[in-house]
Write a protein that binds this ligand. Sequence first.
Ligand code: G3P
Length: 219
Amino acid sequence: MILVNYKNYQETWGDKAVEIAKICEKVAKETKVPIYPVVSALDGHRIMKETGIKTILQAVGERWEGASSGQVSALAAEKIGISGSLLNHSEMKMKPGTIKKLLAVWPGNFWSIVCIHSIGQAEGWAKNIRPSYVAYEPTYLIGNKDKSVASEKAQDIKKIVEHYQKQKVPVLVGAGIHQGEDVKMSLRMGAKGILVASDIIKAANPEKELHELAQAFNV
Ligand code: G3P
């Protein structure tokens, strides 16, 4: 599985949000690798309506019903057909207590993808969590064009995968992924998929780049 995180890159604003989602859909069909956009609450509903593909939010807020101006509601998102959300991305961190509290009341059909940033977190506060997915993203490698979680932290991926195997939580990895070799190494270490942002969103040809990463799942 590939999650393409739009972040707030201007290449994803407005109509471009849908165009990139269509690229995800096209490459997924061609390669048979599930590929889903990870988008802001501004774009989620439109992408979902216009493409019909699984759409994931980058974050939800802490309060989901009633008087909570400005918060993104996981309950409302699930109700309109959004498929899930990241939690605790490096660029939108949450307190461990808050994450656990939200997971305890998480809507049943809504994926929870909890980001952790180090092996220390997997062995610390995140030890016993059971989200739909854990996403391992070492903060310092995010946006890196030469090094990635796969090239620098392969052994940590393996340890984190082994740790979460016990509670049957699949692990995704991200940060600096930019070539097929990163994908292959991540899968070899036991990851079930990747998260990628700048390599696709900033590419001269996002479709070609996404194709290259997706092909690496199939060799
Ligand atoms: O959520 C994925 C993201 O943080 C990775 O960013 O630019 O290193 O692919 P990037």
